[in-house]
Design a binder for this molecule. Structure first.
Ligand SMILES: Nc1ncnc2c1ncn2[C@@H]1O[C@H](COP(=O)(O)OP(=O)(O)O)[C@@H](O)[C@H]1O
Ligand SMILES: [Mg+2]
Length: 274
């Protein structure tokens, strides 16, 4: 039996929602470190010598034209795609290139895909409950019952995602934006250290976008958040540091004002509109 299994089987696991795996070490460096990462698909370099570091607690926006490699970058971080070369570290202790997808998730990297995948027949509350129940760190067996701390965590998350009043509503009746928040909430149940969010505001109303901006900015500091987004207005509303990806590499990095005035960035975006 591995140390990890042994730990997850012990009662102490129920004492905290905090991850039980060996902690992410960010004492001397960033929470995410990617160096010289490249990957080719049939000879086409989707990611080309990518260098990226994300600090602990940072909210980073990644922008870039279609095909820039944004989704592929997330695939690499989460272990879905293996790069041909380069290194990817989570804190200074975990070499993500030696780990598989489930283990990387367990380490505390949560990913929100573009399409919401909530369970429509279940209530908002039940969806959050389920997100916790499927977390092997917390419920090693399906027969485990929910402790008050977990109810508290659900309450906390309901508050964060603004769905308190809809807790008993079936998720199927939620608006598109509310479903997206619920899905972010499902990821938050597991208190990820790093949250990757791919195009969160696609298809949202103006008001929903504002709420999403509030939600994501409220998470910063507590966890690191990487947001890939196409909507420039939205990025401007939440951005601190922005990374522009182009042809699989970093084209520019800095404040929104800095990057949007960068002649190379302007060229790439004008090219896209043409
Ligand atoms: N599994 C794959 N097989 C072949 N080509 C892929 C694969 N995944 C991505 N690509 C290609 O890599 C490039 C980058 O894609 P992607 O990461 O989805 O860009 P973005 O998310 O920035 O729009 C695109 O040209 C895409 O067609
Ligand atoms: Mg994409």
């Amino acid at each position: 039996m591995s140390i990890f299994q042994e730990l997850t089987n012990r009662d102490q696991v129920f004492e905290f929602l905090a991850p039980v795996q060996s902690p992410v070490d960010v004492r001397h460096g960033p929470i995410l470190y990617m160096e010289d990462v490249s990957v080719s698909f049939d000879g086409f370099k989707a990611i080309n010598n990518l260098n990226l570091t994300i600090d602990d607690g940072e909210l980073r926006c990644i922008i870039g034209p279609n095909g820039a490699g944004k989704t592929t970058m997330m695939d690499i971080i989460t272990g879905k795609t293996r790069p041909d070369t380069g290194s990817v570290w989570f804190g200074s202790r975990h070499n993500l290139l030696t780990m598989n997808e489930p283990d990387i998730a367990t380490l505390g990297i949560g990913r929100k895909f573009q399409k919401p995948t909530v369970f429509e027949a279940l209530t908002v509350f039940e969806n959050l409950e389920l997100a916790m129940a499927t977390d092997k760190r917390i419920f090693p067996t399906l027969t485990a019952t929910m402790k008050p701390e977990y109810r508290e965590r659900i309450e906390e998350v309901l508050e964060m995602i603004g769905l308190k009043d809809l807790r008993n509503a079936p998720a199927g009746i939620l608006s598109h934006g509310q479903k997206q928040w619920l899905e972010i909430g499902m990821l938050l149940m597991q208190k990820p250290r790093l949250l990757l969010v791919d195009e969160p505001v696609a298809g949202m109303t103006e008001q929903e976008m504002e709420r999403t901006a509030e939600l994501l900015t409220s998470l910063a500091g507590k966890q690191s958040v990487v947001v890939v987004e196409h909507d420039m207005g939205f990025v401007r509303s939440i951005a601190r540091k922005v990374t522009v990806l182009h042809q699989g590499s970093v084209l520019a990095e800095g404040s929104m004002d800095q990057v949007s005035n960068d002649p190379e960035v302007v060229k790439v975006y004008l090219g896209e509109e043409a």
